[in-house]
Write a protein that binds this ligand. Structure first.
Ligand SMILES: Cc1cc2nc3c(=O)[nH]c(=O)nc-3n(C[C@H](O)[C@H](O)[C@H](O)COP(=O)(O)O)c2cc1C
Length: 197
């Protein structure tokens, strides 16, 4: 199969990692692949932060969990009881002190959009997918960690990581060598609503 399609069909989210940090060269290549994604008006306003400090990642996991739980609590105040089950389950997971949202991955890359991005979400997501495919192609597993989104609202986190407050956190991606191969993925058949010729 053509290599790019093989990567697309075989990539899976990885949530169990060896301790070894990918090399600087590998990480730079992955980031470079991110910058080659399509982006609105070719503004090229994405910026990246790399964190490979295990203690810091554990600390940021705890910060993000606390912020996420606060968010869910506020949501639950407004939600009818029949819609509360999912958020409650999520809150339980996040309240477990042993749960590391980064799954003890050796590296986290934050994809950020600076104010020059006209389409920050789209640019960041396209870059993130390029990066995850590039990583997979060299044997590095990855997973997008949406649970880390609330870090955007932690002044301490922004200060410590040097992220300017006008930058938006779009995609927090963990990376590392998989401890074991993730299970094969399944997808529903594409639903093509209409094909007009
Ligand atoms: C925006 C976004 C946020 C995600 N957040 C998390 C997360 O916080 N934790 C997690 O374990 N996986 C997270 N994922 C990974 C998805 O669960 C995963 O992509 C999905 O189950 C499909 O599996 P696959 O990536 O192996 O194909 C996220 C994925 C996306 C695109």
């Amino acid at each position: 199969m053509i290599e790019v399609l093989k990567n697309i069909y075989e990539r899976r989210s990885v949530r169990s990692f060896k301790e070894q940090v990918p090399s600087d060269e590998e990480l730079k290549e992955i980031i470079k692949a991110g910058t080659f994604a399509p982006n609105g008006t070719n503004a090229q306003g994405l910026r990246f932060v790399v964190i490979s400090d295990a203690a810091l990642l554990k600390k940021y996991s705890n910060v993000a969990k606390a912020l996420f739980v606060d968010m869910i609590k506020k949501q639950l105040e407004k939600l009818p009881a029949d819609k509360a089950e999912g958020p409650k389950r999520m809150m339980q997971t996040l309240s477990n002190p042993d749960f590391n949202i980064f799954y003890d991955a050796p590296t986290l890359i934050l994809v950020l959009a600076n104010p020059s991005c006209l389409t920050p979400m789209e640019d960041g997501a396209a870059a993130a997918e390029n990066m995850m495919l590039a990583a997979w192609s060299v044997g590095i597993g990855s997973c997008w960690i949406g649970f880390a989104n609330p870090l955007q609202h932690s002044a301490e986190f922004l200060n410590e990581t040097g992220i300017p407050s006008d930058h938006r956190l779009i995609a927090p991606i963990i990376l590392g060598y998989p401890k074991k191969a993730p299970p094969k993925g399944k997808r529903n058949e594409p639903e093509i609503l209409k094909w007009i010729r």
